[in-house]
Design a protein around this ligand. Structure first.
Ligand code: FES
Length: 248
């Protein structure tokens, strides 16, 4: 039994209506073990079925439940109300993305950027597919951190550079590019670094570092971006100084 209430202030917006976004307040029962997603689900199930937001796994895996909670990008399924409750819990859609409806934002631009860095193992010749491409623990350790990315987009919502320059490839796509560059089975590093060695690539990053601060999986996209700057520079120098056949 709830022994007190909590107020949720939730951003409501229907772009097609022409009306400006507004906040709607909901007073709902409080539980000490409730996360922000529980509050949104209570509102949807018991108070206002018109509220739109995303979620799926409820366990920090799918990456779909991101929102700005009291001004910070967070996974709503992993954020306890008791940790953010200051009079009211204010929930906004993730910043820096177009809003489709209420808390639902449009990720299409990110998906285009992600596909531009080929976020999968690239090989010219897969050879004998009946044999194993062995990965030793030290091989996996080289990209383990970046492989934890769940594409939740909190890093893009926290990045002032992406906010000011939407063409920037951004933190998560860069971290995932590094994940595959470091994979000993991959041969796609040259193409990825060519894409990232551009104005809208890694050089747009000014190392603010907020992407790494808000990441719920302890990936370090800011560190990945700086590593990619080094790798892109080394690739560029190799291509300048060495014959083409030896510069890959
Ligand atoms: Fe899947 Fe939150 S619901 S990460």
């Amino acid at each position: 039994m709830a022994d007190q209430d909590v107020v949720f202030r939730v951003k409501r917006y229907r772009p097609e209506s022409g009306a400006k976004p507004t906040y709607q307040e909901y007073r709902i029962p409080y539980r000490d073990d409730m996360v922000v997603l529980d509050g949104l689900n209570y509102i949807k199930d018991h108070v206002d079925p018109t509220l739109a937001y995303r979620w799926s796994c409820r366990m920090g895996i799918c990456g779909s439940c991101g929102a700005n909670v009291n001004g910070q990008p967070r996974l709503t399924c992993g954020t306890y109300v008791r940790d953010v409750h200051r009079g009211a819990v204010t929930v906004d859609p993730l910043a820096n993305f177009p809003i489709l409806k209420d808390l639902v934002v449009d990720f299409d631009d990110f998906l285009t950027k992600l596909s531009s860095v080929t976020p999968y193992i690239v090989r010219e010749d897969w050879g004998d597919l009946t044999k194993e491409y062995t990965q030793f623990p030290e091989d996996v350790e080289a990209y383990r951190q970046q492989s934890l990315c769940i594409n939740c987009m909190l890093c893009y919502a926290a990045c002032p550079v992406f906010g000011a320059s939407p063409a920037f490839v951004g933190p998560a796509a860069s971290a995932l590019a590094l994940r595959y560059i470091r994979d000993t089975r991959d041969e796609g590093a040259d193409e990825r670094l060519a894409r990232l060695n551009t104005k809208s690539g890694v050089w747009e990053c000014t190392f603010v570092g907020e992407c790494s601060v808000v990441c719920p999986k302890d990936v370090d996209p800011a560190g990945a971006l700086q590593t990619l700057k080094v790798l892109a520079t080394m690739r560029h120098m190799r291509r300048l100084l060495m014959p083409k056949s030896a510069s890959r």
